[in-house]
Design a protein around this ligand. Sequence first.
Ligand code: NI
Length: 172
Amino acid sequence: MNVASKLEVIGSDDPRLYLPASQLTIEQIKSKEVQELIDEMLNLMHSKGAVGVAANQLGVDMSIAVYGYKYRSELPQHPEIKDTVIINPLIKPTTDVIEMANEGCLSIPNLKGLVPRYRDIYCRYIDRDGVRNKKQLHGLEARIVQHEHDHLAGILFLARVDDFSTLQFFDK
Ligand code: NI
């Protein structure tokens, strides 16, 4: 199934973006429907050149996010992050250190702004095989997971921007 043709990114005026996403059971995760959705989310992320996508950005009420990073000129200093699927993620900061960096979002096209995020977090999640996992994350990967975790809690990055003077419009 070609996902990108079926699923559309919903806009920031859509109330579904502001609701917490429903948790999945292991049985649901292993279903054909959810496995196809995950493939479609990964395809969409690649086709849009995004570093992460949450299911509720596609109007799907499921606690699933995908993320990954390959070299690009806007983020030249970061090592590659392999494609990762996190389901029912829970996060906990493991430092008091907050870093500021620009974020953008497929749900708010052509806008970026400075967002404070914890530099280090611990994340527990279920992977696409239905296996419970946990990992310590740092830097860009920790930032992406905090952004996607926020999506699944119904929070957009704009709500995390402290200083609206840092917002910038840009053309793709
Ligand atoms: Ni986003």
